[in-house]
Unconditional design. Structure first.
Length: 249
């Protein structure tokens, strides 16, 4: 199949589902999970709960939720299990084959008092649950579609991108974790590296800019840095392509 490129000259990566595969029991790598858990505890000591996946296919994706603290006054959600299996990375990028994903939510996000029934009630509303769904979907996607995710990749919300729930965001860009120290972004497990990436929900104009400009994600994240955009979701944040920040970076 011929390679496809965006208007900006970036390769388009298309995965393919093996429709004849059937259900495949997840392969759990206990050694990697233990190292990832210790790594998270080193930087995020206030873990409150884990949302365990009940039925898993290919990989078992859990989501760790760390409650707000005075030092980090927001929720931090991190996947565990995406790195159990290596992704199908291009030749020469084998060191990028294992990864986990992170996103942050404001302290007033409606996930209730964790551990009680209110949390479950809140999460039954997709306008509250969509960031968790996005984490789980993207963590599974590389394994299901025999592809990979890495820094700068953009994923639209569907073939004809629709907003996530009650938001104006229509896709996600994989980027840096900026709310934690540089030492957080990777951890070594024997001769393998597990990378941690931040998820950035984006507006349609931001996604199009990333696709159309030759500098791609580099140019978009320069604009994000100028605007103070991080992996902490802000439903009211300015669109960097239509605000005063659009003339910067």
């Amino acid at each position: 199949m011929a390679e496809e490129y965006t208007k900006g000259g970036q390769p388009i990566i298309r995965g393919k589902v093996d429709e004849d595969r059937g259900w495949t029991p997840p392969e759990v790598n206990g050694e990697i999970r233990a190292v990832v858990e210790r790594h998270l505890a080193q930087f995020l000591p206030a873990r409150s709960t884990v949302w365990h996946e009940i039925i898993s296919d290919l990989v078992h994706i859990d989501v760790y939720c760390f409650v707000p603290t005075p030092e980090r006054p927001f929720y931090t959600l991190v996947t565990s299990g995406m790195s159990d299996l290596p992704m199908n990375v291009p030749e020469g990028l084998e060191d990028m084959a294992r990864a986990e994903l992170l996103i942050c939510l404001p302290p007033d996000w409606k996930i209730g008092q964790l551990g009680d029934t209110l949390a479950q009630d809140d999460l039954e509303d997709f306008s509250n649950y969509w960031p968790i769904h996005m984490l789980k979907y993207l963590a599974r996607m590389p394994h299901e579609y025999h592809t990979w995710l890495g820094w700068g990749h953009s994923i639209p919300n569907g073939q004809s991108p629709e907003p996530f729930a009650n938001t104006s965001f229509v896709g996600t860009v994989i980027g840096p974790v900026v709310t934690l120290p540089d030492e957080f972004v990777s951890v070594q497990v024997d001769d393998q590296t597990v990378w941690f990436y931040g998820l950035y929900p984006v507006y349609a104009e931001e996604m199009q800019f990333k696709i159309d400009t030759p500098e791609g994600a580099d140019a978009l994240f320069e604009k994000f840095e100028s605007a103070g955009v991080t992996e902490l979701i802000d439903l009211q944040r300015p669109n960097v392509m239509t605000s005063r920040f659009s003339s910067q970076a």
